[in-house]
Design a protein. Sequence first.
Length: 258
Amino acid sequence: MQGQGDRINGAINTATGGDANFHTNLDNLMTQRATAAAPLYEAALNGGAVYNNRIQQFLEDPILQQGLRQGIEIQRLESLAQGTPFNPTDYAITDFNAAGDPVIGSVPNMRTLDAAKKGLDNILEQYRDPTTGRLVLDQRGRAIDQVRQAFLKQIDAINPTYAQARASWAGPSQAMDALAAGRDVLNQDPEVIAKIRANLGPANQDFFLTGVARALKDKVGSTADSADATRRIFGNSLIRQKLQAAIGDPEAFQQFQQ
């Protein structure tokens, strides 16, 4: 039975483009993200006061104030979890009003703006579809996202290093999302899988297939009888449709079935 299981795993590797290890990829991406982005973020956030009329206009709006409140809370909780001191003045916060909203001193700094950005990200997360991982925005959600993008454009113009830091973080993060989406492929509908794959660039499609391979190997490994595992994969029409959508290449899928 072990030999048959090995043959199934070999077929999975062939169909998905190799035998890349899911967790090795994940660990490498996390390291790459931290290594590349951390010094850039450190440089970007250590700047002094940041102010212009447009930034002030953003910060006076209720949605930015809500974002700043959530962002400061996130920073406080992260500091608590890490056992490091949290000082609101590092974010140019001099007080909190009766409603618990942070009060900015004379001028904000980059940490203030970054906290507000994180808060806006958190607000938009409520619109994320857990199935596809994509934002599904209503009119208010689209307006908030437009504000977020305009706010970021203004920050990037003032501090280009901040834009570089986010780009360094985003690349590995997108690859990690592709790994996770691939591993979850058996829980999705074929149509959803096809859309997820179509929205990935070539490099992230490889990570997606690594996740798919891990999902299939988990299914094989959790079945005592390898022959039964084969039947569960290839004897189920819906699973075949899911895998065909995930693999994408009809010829590779046909060879996989054989």
